[in-house]
Design a protein around this ligand. Structure first.
Ligand SMILES: NC(=O)c1ccc[n+]([C@@H]2O[C@H](COP(=O)([O-])OP(=O)(O)OC[C@H]3O[C@@H](n4cnc5c(N)ncnc54)[C@H](O)[C@@H]3O)[C@@H](O)[C@H]2O)c1
Length: 268
C-alpha cells in the first residue's frame, strides 16, 4: 500500500532531535523525501542516516532557522536535491537562550528565579523570540514562496506549545513566542489559503524529548505529566501523528488551526 506522503517532499526543522526527528522518520515511512534542518549537525546527520537505512530519501542541511540566509539556502538546496517542495514542519525551538549549548546554570526549569523577566537580560529574551517566532516566520514564508512558484499548494505545520496558554515561571519569553506562533499560523493561513497552502499548528503538552530532560530530573509529579487527565507524558511519535494528519490530504479542509496534543491539559 502506498504511503500517505508518497512522492512528496518535506522540510523538517529541528529534525536532529525529539519531535522533529520522530516526524522526519514517520514522514519517510509514509513515502516522503525529507530534508532535515538543524543547528545540531550530529543529530541532523543521524536522522538522515536512519532514514537512508530504512530505504528512504533524506538529506541534512545545516540551518539556523533564525537566519534568513540559512532558510533561503535550505529551501533552494531541498528543491535542487528533490525537485519540489510540498510541506514544511517547523519543529526547531529552544526553551531558553542557551538551550542548544546546554548551559545548566541558566536553565529556567532548574533555576526559575534566575530567569524571571526582571532578572533576564534583554538579549536572552530576544534570542528566544528570534528562534521560536522569527525562525518560524522565515521558514513558513520561504517555503510558501517556493510552493506558490511551483503552483501545486502545500502544507505548513508549526510547533506551538501548551506554554502559549499559561504563564510559566522562568520561561515568559518562551510562552510569548509560542502565542506568537499560534497567531502567525492563523495569519499565514489567511494569506496563503488562496494559493492552496494550508497552515496549522500543534501545541504539545509535556513530551519525552531532550527539551524536558531537566524538568523531568526535578522528579515532581507535575513534571511527569501526573496532574493531567491522561496522567502521563507523551512519546514524540504521538505528536508526529498529528503533524502527519495536518500534512496529509486527510485534513484537506483544515487550516489556521492549533491542535493541543497535550494529554488533556487545561481541560478542567
Ligand atoms: N518537549 C516538550 O515537552 C515540548 C512541549 C511543547 C512544545 N515543544 C516544542 O516542540 C518543538 C520540538 O522540541 P523537542 O521537544 O523535540 O526538543 P528537542 O530539543 O529534542 O529538539 C529541538 C531541535 O531544534 C534544534 N534547534 C534549536 N535551535 C535551532 C535553530 N536556531 N535552528 C535550527 N535548529 C534549531 C535543536 O538543535 C534540536 O535538534 C520545539 O519548538 C519546542 O518548543 C516541546
Amino acid at each position: 500500500m502506498p504511503g500517505e506522503l508518497e512522492g512528496k517532499v518535506s522540510i523538517i526543522t529541528g529534525g536532529g532531535s525529539g519531535m522533529g526527528r520522530s516526524t522526519a522518520l514517520m514522514f519517510a515511512r509514509e513515502g516522503a523525501s525529507v530534508a532535515i534542518a538543524d543547528v545540531n549537525d550530529e543529530g541532523g546527520e543521524a536522522t538522515a542516516a536512519q532514514i537512508e537505512d530504512l530505504g528512504g530519501n533524506a538529506t541534512f542541511v545545516h540551518t539556523d532557522t533564525s537566519s534568513e540566509q540559512d532558510v533561503v539556502n535550505l529551501v533552494s538546496t531541498t528543491v535542487d536535491q528533490f525537485g519540489r517542495l510540498d510541506s514544511m514542519v517547523t519543529a526547531a525551538g529552544i526553551s531558553y537562550a542557551d538551550y542548544v549549548e546546554g548551559d545548566e546554570a541558566t536553565d529556567p526549569f532548574l533555576h526559575p528565579d534566575a530567569a524571571t523577566i526582571l532578572n533576564k537580560p534583554t538579549e536572552r529574551w530576544q534570542k528566544v523570540l528570534d528562534v521560536n517566532l522569527t525562525g518560524v516566520m522565515l521558514c513558513a514564508r520561504e517555503s510558501a514562496r517556493q510552493m506558490m512558484a511551483e503552483g501545486h499548494g502545500g502544507t505548513i505545520v508549526n510547533f506551538a506549545s501548551i506554554a502559549a496558554y499559561a504563564p510559566s515561571p522562568g520561561i515568559m519569553d518562551y510562552c510569548v513566542s509560542k502565542v506568537g506562533v499560534i497567531m502567525l499560523t492563523r495569519c499565514f493561513a489567511v494569506e496563503f489559503g488562496p494559493h492552496g497552502i494550508r497552515v496549522n499548528a500543534v501545541a504539545p503538552g509535556p513530551i519525552e524529548t531532550p527539551m524536558t530532560e531537566s524538568l523531568r530530573s526535578t522528579g515532581s509529579l507535575q513534571s511527569q505529566g501526573g496532574g493531567l487527565p491522561l496522567r502521563r507524558m507523551a512519546k514524540p511519535e504521538e505528536v508526529s501523528e498529528a503533524v502527519l494528519f495536518f500534512t496529509s490530504d486527510r485534513s484537506s479542509y483544515v487550516t489556521g488551526k492549533t491542535l493541543g496534543v497535550d494529554g488533556g491539559t487545561n481541560t478542567v
